[in-house]
Ligand binder design. Structure first.
Ligand code: 5GP
Length: 204
């Protein structure tokens, strides 16, 4: 059997759509997935852990990383710098590990340019009312921050057309099944590049 390269799964969607919960559940039901831990200039929230949720750095260090071309993508998201290290992507794909990036639309478009074979998945809310309800309910933002995220959500939705898959997160369990199905079927896909060079089942 030929060793396959790891896939890149890029998940985006407006703040409050349930990406975090979906991703956590996904990792419980699909083994061998790796989460791409981003670098951010945002201050950690109470429950957040360095190296697990983010690598927390100050703005100066983030800008230094930009200058040193350490990022595969980076963006200013709701006023804070967020970025994916090139090293994180290279290490995973080279080891044949599938990597999940949960990043905003600006970052996803940069990844699409650099890694066009990535799988781009957009998570949308069932309605604006539901999105606002979920954002208010999680109580992680004040009113001003919440309004900023709701306004940005309208712009973010315009990027759906650039993604390969759309999941409407009406019910968590259904959305989870759809997300898992995408990942499983992408893993079973026969790479057209490899097809020309090798028999996909090797000697068996
Ligand atoms: P939060 O501040 O609530 O953790 O994240 C806010 C948004 O930042 C989320 O929508 C998430 O997708 C995005 N985000 C997290 N990490 C990255 C990253 O590395 N790059 C980009 N472009 N966006 C990110």
């Amino acid at each position: 059997m030929t060793k396959r390269k790891g896939c890149l799964f890029v998940i985006s969607g407006p703040s409050g759509v349930g990406k975090g919960t979906l991703r956590e559940r996904l990792f419980q039901c699909i083994p061998d997935l790796k989460y791409s831990v981003s670098v951010t200039s945002r201050k950690p929230r109470e429950s957040e852990v360095e190296g697990k949720d983010y690598y927390f750095v100050d703005e100066e260090k983030f800008k230094k990383y930009i200058k040193e071309n350490k990022f595969a993508e980076w963006a200013l998201v709701y006023g804070e710098y967020k970025g994916t290290l090139l090293k994180t992507i290279q290490e995973s794909t080279d080891r044949g590990k599938d990597l999940v990036l949960e990043i905003d639309v600006q970052g996803a478009m940069q990844i699409k340019k650099k890694f066009p074979d990535g799988v781009f998945i957009f998570i949308a809310p069932p309605s604006w009312e539901k999105l606002e309800y979920r954002l208010r309910n999680r109580k992680t933002e004040g009113e001003k921050e919440l309004q900023k995220r709701l306004n940005e959500a309208h712009d973010e939705m315009k990027y759906v057309q650039h993604y390969n898959y759309l999941i409407i997160n009406h019910h968590l369990e259904k959305a989870l099944k759809e997300l898992a199905a995408i990942i499983i079927s992408e893993r079973c896909k026969i790479s057209q590049d490899e097809l020309g060079k090798n028999n996909p089942v090797g000697d068996i």
